[in-house]
Design a protein around this ligand. Structure first.
Ligand SMILES: Cc1cc2nc3c(=O)[nH]c(=O)nc-3n(C[C@H](O)[C@H](O)[C@H](O)COP(=O)(O)OP(=O)(O)OC[C@H]3O[C@@H](n4cnc5c(N)ncnc54)[C@H](O)[C@@H]3O)c2cc1C
Length: 668
């Protein structure tokens, strides 16, 4: 047996960074410079001196016709835009009513699963470098004396082997920056149109229009303030947050918990003798309330979530006029007997949140689903809201965007029929409903008063029970528990036993391998790039070099009248739609790439150069993938992976007709 899988240990080049020592400074920490003066306060957009002076395309007019219009530059909208920017043939625009990019605040928790997605977009290394890594979580409860708290437990944050990436914390604004860089550098060279506010839409459902959605937008800043633009669009995606105008325009609403919970959150530079200030810590005091400490990137900054009062029906937290001084005082009370001296407040906010869900995430009523396909979608907070305690808002919103992006690209590129767009609402509504259930239970536990030592009565929560619940739900909060139900893009496989560790419907769980051609150790999951391609992993049986082997036969079937041959457009690279990779069982030094099927050495590009990076072998030093993912060594198998990294099917290597049948059901 190989070594136990780890959680992405520190490697050279992934050095930790210290910053914010002399005050909080937004932006790229690698850029030296003085701290921003007077950053305190709930400001979250571009500095005023830049607003209205945005250059070129940022301030330019939208084209009259678009393939996709995304409303909102939050995590959901930017993930979607970054995905669509990979396709220069698709006319995409993204707008936001703000004058510029987010600079401070909002969410900060980045789940392991989200890091895997960042790897697909090419910036996981930047996040790893800048972020705080959540390795352990501690739990504090009331102590024996008045006004005391004691540590009740301390646990590893994420179980071993769950992901090759850690759970990290980084300012949402930096995540936005990285997506903006991806968009800027992608083939479509996409930049947001800021200061442009959604005002309404109409949908032509007759099926006669190529661009059936008409959207009205109003300029809300700069010299063109008040100007209204009308754009005709094939698909609109409302990523416009909890008060979504797109959702309202569809006649949909968020329903759920009506008694809203108010939250105070502040990012501070502070001096304290609380011992776990650099650990994620959940603190239940006896009488002063609950506090969640989230250490932040840079080594000094700390976020504190303070639960405030329940609000009345329809009451807004703004009406309570909560000040940052009140938040600081509340945090200091909860932390007693430890001292808290806040030196600078980098950002703070009070906001109310309910557990709310929209019944569908697109414009098609259930009764019409067989008659027409969706034209308008909503994603992120626009269709689900929940408390920030489990750190899910940003993560789930980004996964919404990732789920939808490749589907829109496939339909607009003519590779898939528009019917696959129905799966967006079906799949993501299921995830959001689960999240809201989880959040309700988690929030109730976090908010309840703790049981006092020796109190066996019914009231209050046992802090040990809270800790147990936290550990049990680890996979859920890591984002790795999502499992999509069978649909045209996810099979109801009868062959799961051939690859027990690649569960159909769940994300492809990476494992270490060695690339055959150049002996490079890497993570197999990192070949899954956010480029809209499907991937087939052929896990080979006994003798992969034998021309009569199942591997050779499978490759010949794929390339001929199989899915690769059938769905690759004439003249395109052989891996441009379905990218085939093989994983062999033998040590890499015992095999020759030249003995592998031609499909695994495709000739590509202008010069017909050979792609040498399709074949992998186990890396026994880091754990044998066949063992770790429960792969059948005698028979091998095919694992089909969707463009959003979810496993779509597991089949025997010789199930050629079934594999073709699966692709014929979701490709045009
Ligand atoms: C003030 C605030 C504080 C938060 N703090 C935390 C936190 O501490 N921890 C946590 O986990 N989560 C927090 N959240 C929630 C978290 O940020 C969200 O779950 C996450 O950002 C959801 O992403 P999204 O893309 O769906 O929406 P958002 O991030 O809300 O983005 C929506 C975007 O749409 C734009 N928009 C809205 N209306 C229009 C319009 N009519 N026209 C054009 N553009 C429009 C907005 O300007 C915004 O940029 C906070 C959210 C807010 C708003």
């Amino acid at each position: 047996m190989g070594p136990v899988e780890g959680r992405g240990g520190e490697t050279p080049g992934r050095l930790t960074m210290q910053y914010h020592l002399d005050g909080y400074r937004p932006g790229d920490p690698a850029q030296a410079g003085p701290p921003a003066a007077g950053a305190a306060g709930p400001a979250d957009a571009l500095p005023a001196e830049l607003a209205g002076k945005l250059p070129g395309k940022l301030a330019g007019k939208l084209p009259g016709k678009l393939d996709v219009l995304i409303i909102g530059c939050g995590p959901a909208g930017l993930t979607l835009a970054a995905q669509l920017a990979a396709f220069p043939g698709i006319a995409t625009a993204i707008v936001d009513q703000k004058p510029g990019p987010l600079r401070l605040g909002q969410a900060d928790g980045i789940a392991c699963r989200t890091m895997e997605m960042f790897e697909a977009f090419g910036f996981s290394d930047r996040v790893l470098r800048e972020s705080y890594w959540v390795n352990e979580t501690s739990f504090w409860k009331p102590g024996p004396g008045p006004d005391t708290i004691i540590r009740g437990g301390r646990v590893q944050d994420t179980e071993d082997g769950l992901s090759e990436f850690p759970h990290v914390i980084l300012n949402q604004a930096r995540v936005h920056d990285f997506f903006l860089d991806v968009m800027r550098n992608a083939p479509a060279r996409l930049e947001p149109h800021y200061a442009s506010s959604f005002r309404g839409l109409t949908i032509d459902t007759t099926g006669r229009s190529d661009h059936p959605v008409t959207v009205r937008l109003e300029r809300v800043d700069g010299p063109r303030r008040g100007e209204v633009e009308t754009v005709r669009v094939r698909y609109v995606v409302g990523c416009d947050g909890a008060r979504s105008g797109v959702r309202t325009a569809l006649g949909r609403s968020l329903t759920g918990e009506s008694a809203n919970q108010a939250w105070g959150v502040m990012d501070v530079l502070a001096i304290t003798d609380f011992p776990d200030i650099r650990l994620k810590a959940a603190i239940h005091s006896a009488d002063a309330g609950s506090l969640l400490i989230i250490p932040r990137e840079g080594g000094y900054l700390v976020r504190m979530y303070i639960e405030l009062d329940k609000l009345g029906a329809d009451e807004r937290i703004a009406s309570r006029q909560v000040t940052v001084d009140r938040l600081i005082a509340a945090a200091a009370r909860i932390l007693r007997p430890y001292a808290l001296e806040v030196k600078e407040v980098a950002w703070w906010s009070v906001y109310e949140i309910g557990q709310r869900l929209c019944d569908r995430f697109d414009d098609v009523p259930a009764a019409d689903a067989a008659l027409r396909t969706p034209r308008v979608f909503i994603a992120g907070d626009a269709c689900h809201t929940h408390s920030p305690k489990a750190g899910q808002g940003m993560n789930v919103s980004m996964q919404d965007g990732f789920n939808l992006g490749w589907k829109l690209a496939a339909v607009l590129g003519g590779r898939s029929p528009p019917q696959i767009l129905h799966t967006y609402s079906a799949e993501r509504h299921g995830v959001a409903a689960e999240l809201i259930e989880f959040d309700r239970a988690f929030a109730a536990m976090f908010g309840a008063a703790p049981k006092r030592p020796g109190d066996d009565g019914a009231g209050g929560i046992d802090p040990a029970a809270f800790q147990r619940y936290f550990v049990k739900q680890g996979r859920f909060t890591a984002g790795t528990a999502t499992r999509y139900a069978p649909s045209p893009i996810t099979a109801a496989s009868a062959h799961q036993h051939l690859a027990r560790g690649f569960v159909v419907g769940m994300r492809f769980h990476s494992a270490p391998v060695i690339r055959l051609a150049d002996a490079r150790p890497l993570e197999l999951g990192h070949v899954l790039k956010a480029d809209g391609r499907w991937r087939l992993f052929l896990f080979a049986g006994a003798d992969p070099a034998d021309p009569a082997s199942a591997l050779h036969t499978a490759c010949a079937a794929l390339a001929g009248s199989g899915p690769v041959g059938r769905f690759t457009p004439p003249g395109a690279d052989l891996d441009s739609v379905i990218d085939v990779r093989a994983v062999l069982q033998q040590p890499h030094r015992t095999l020759a790439l030249g003995a592998m099927p031609a499909l695994l050495r495709p000739r590509k590009g202008r010069f017909g150069l050979i792609d040498y990076e399709k074949v992998f072998c186990p890396d026994p030093g880091r754990g044998d993938i066949f063992e770790h993912r429960g792969l059948n060594r005698d028979r091998g198998c095919v694992v089909v992976v969707r463009p959003d990294q979810h496993v779509a099917h597991v089949l025997p290597l010789d199930a050629h007709a079934d594999l073709l049948g699966f692709f014929a059901g979701c490709m045009a």
